[in-house]
Design a protein around this ligand. Sequence first.
Ligand SMILES: [Zn+2]
Ligand SMILES: [Zn+2]
Length: 341
Amino acid sequence: MKAVHYDAAKTWSVTDVPTPEAAPGQVRIKVGQVGVCGTDLHIHEGEFGAVFPLIPGHEVVGVVDQLGDGVDRFQIGEQVTVNPNVYCGQCAYCLAGRLGQCAAMLGYGSNFQGFFAEYAVADHKLVFSTEGIPADTAVFSEPTSCAMHGLESLQMRPGGSALVLGAGPTGLLLAQLIASGGASSVTVAGPSQFKLDTASRLGVDQVVRISRDDPDANIAALLAASPHGDGYDAVVEATGSPTVGDICVPLTRRGGTVLIYGVTSESDLVRFHPFDVFRREITIKGSFAEMTSFGAAIDALRGGRVRTEGIVTHRFGLDDYGRALDALRADPTAHKVVIVA
Ligand SMILES: [Zn+2]
Ligand SMILES: [Zn+2]
């Protein structure tokens, strides 16, 4: 079968590899579409815990093509997705029930073979049916699961105001979940007007266009746009840019929460005044991937609570993986980029 295969960071080809067979307990999936996301750019650089050789790709939708012995939960031809995050079950964190902090976590497409390929196999316990959901929506199962975990991590007080900094696909998914999670208003800010237009179409209350390089002006504009002029109860950093990270605390209301949700480079630093965090009792939290959110995310996509229309802007075949990365990295008209296997 054809697959995107990395020998090392930045060294990849689209090549022929053996088609995997479903072992006992596994499901083989004929890959339909795979989302490309910022994480894949980090993996390309060898970051984000990437282990090579590797077939990347962690946002899959496809159909069941072969069932290993003992698997009776799925039908051949059923549309499914895969939770790419696997906990070990035996480290101190797992044994304490903190699966998301597993010290020996496996990630399909980061340190374990992923889905930029024509076929993939996965343990049936990681496979979730998305039958009946349009494939263009089901391909958002993994990022919506991460957003669902983000909502859980945020633990926002009902009735609060929220600001999501970043109008990328994952920011828009999380913004919708925050809205349905009890926020009184959700504002999305970003520099790209067409992404903000998509945010508005998806039902976000307010969008604010900010610049890429004027933090003081951005703080002023976003405070002015906030419900009481004094910021937001929850501020989500969903860009992975440290320049944006720097403006999160000043935009947070007294007693509010900053959620670090975007993926920065490991060496990046953000700055804040500790006196401000102390005096105004600001909480700063992180939310990493997810482990147990697939069922809830798929339900939210199926029921329309999370909408995805118009987010996919670019589609490429496996052979054009390089163009897909380029589009995600540098094409200002790209929102969600998808590989069609
Ligand atoms: Zn992703
Ligand atoms: Zn573990």
